[in-house]
Design a protein around this ligand. Structure first.
Ligand code: TYM
Length: 378
């Protein structure tokens, strides 16, 4: 059976079942079209239903149309280097920010990783945080509208509001929502208050793009926000980019060979894709030519369809040629390898650039001070 929590995703995920279990809504065609219309273009990951579920996205669009607007919030737990899966919500967030001109807060949860991971040191987390912030800044957010903050540094500013949040959450809730038990350390029990706080950074509706594993926090937020004088947060959920080895679970830092790291060079990418990417092809070339391959289980094809081949026509040609046995597994993998390497080369350049302008994103500037003035009057 599949398990999906903010810390663990295993097994074949049944996304329809998750929507029912979590009480979210599927993004239907009219909603997807409405987003595209207001955005002025469709996003590939939305159009192809990789972003598939939401809470109150319809209300976010209503706020946008009325001129009230909304703000964006997302985050990253710096437990090590980032892989391509971690970039997915950030790329989508960038699209939303660009199209809807919204403020964006990005939380770096060094505290969370320290209390939830036994084997990791504080120094190691700080190194990862600095490295991750560069990758995040490289995504190319609008510096006038973006604030990246690290929990352990920003605590001074958010602690009073966090206490208000913490006072509303009891152990029965954290046990039920996250499966915490008597052995769970109290740091982890307190942490949800910090992941919830940024949803209250402005007195507008917050929209959180993330994979669906983070949704349990938003469920708690939605139970308590109004009693604190704030709005229930909205959310838009993606599926998981699968690991190279197959469609079950998610690409995860705990299995290094099955992930593509943002720092991987062209050779490493090629080796990993050729060696590990689960193939929907047949055992021999002859059989493949005769019977054709199965793109539905083929990880190279799935990655291309999630984000690496944006052109619908080209994607369809790959699909049809693979099914017909005209395109071999090695050839399909090579298409993906080239796309990933092109993408990572651009990312590396942007990362270098971002390093020179990092303070634009991380210093407690205009955006943050305006927000606290408005927010922290009782
Ligand atoms: P973390 O660091 O585990 O993950 C960062 C973001 O990446 C998403 N994600 C994936 N998306 C697609 N495919 C995958 N294989 C994949 N693996 C991870 C996660 O859903 C997440 O959006 N507690 C959080 C940090 C956090 C946060 C937030 C995340 C704090 N506030 C608000 C999202 C929104 C964490 O440890 O994420």
């Amino acid at each position: 059976m599949a398990e999906v929590t903010p810390w663990e995703v295993s097994g074949e995920v049944d996304y329809d079942k998750l929507v029912a279990e979590f009480g979210t809504k599927k993004i239907d065609e009219p909603l997807s079209q409405r987003m595209a219309r207001l955005a002025g273009s469709q996003n590939v990951m939305l159009g192809r239903k990789f972003f598939f579920s939401h809470r109150d996205m319809d209300l976010v669009l209503k706020d946008y149309e009325s001129g009230r607007g909304f703000f964006l919030y997302t985050g990253r737990g710096p437990s090590g280097p980032m892989h391509i899966g971690h970039l997915i919500p950030l790329l989508f967030t960038k699209w939303l920010q660009e199209r809807f001109k919204a403020n964006l807060y990005i939380e770096i949860t060094d505290d969370e990783k320290f209390v939830c991971k036994r084997e990791i040191t504080w120094g190691g987390i700080q190194k990862a945080a600095a490295d991750n912030i560069l990758d995040i800044a490289a995504v190319g957010f609008d510096p006038e509208r973006t604030f990246i903050f690290k929990d352990s540094e920003y605590i001074r500013n958010v602690y009073p509001l966090m206490l208000k949040v913490a006072k509303k959450i009891n152990l029965t809730t954290t046990k039920a929502v996250f499966g915490f038990n008597e052995q769970t350390n109290i740091g982890l029990n307190f942490y949800p208050a910090y992941q919830i706080v940024p949803t209250l950074f402005e007195k507008k509706r917050c929209l959180i793009p993330a994979a669906i594993d983070q949704d349990p926090y938003w469920r708690i937020q939605r139970d308590i926000a109004e009693s604190l004088g704030y709005e229930k947060t909205a959310a838009i959920h993606s599926k998981f980019l699968p690991p190279l080895t197959g469609m079950a679970g998610k690409m995860s830092s705990s299995n290094a060979d099955t992930a593509i790291w943002l720092s991987d060079g062209p050779k490493a990418v090629r080796n990993k894709v050729m060696k590990y990417a689960f193939s929907g092809g047949q055992a021999t070339v002859d059989e493949h030519r005769r019977l054709g391959g199965n793109p539905d289980v083929d990880v190279a094809y799935q990655w291309l369809s999630i984000l690496f081949e944006e052109d619908d026509k080209k994607l369809k040609a790959l699909h049809d040629d693979y099914r017909a046995g005209k395109l071999l597994t090695g050839e399909l993998k090579q298409v993906l390898v080239d796309k990933i390497n092109e993408f990572l080369a651009v990312h590396a350049k942007k990362r270098e650039q971002a390093a020179k302008h990092l303070r634009k994103f991380t210093h407690d500037g205009k955006l943050a001070s305006a927000m606290w003035e408005k927010n922290f009057v009782d």
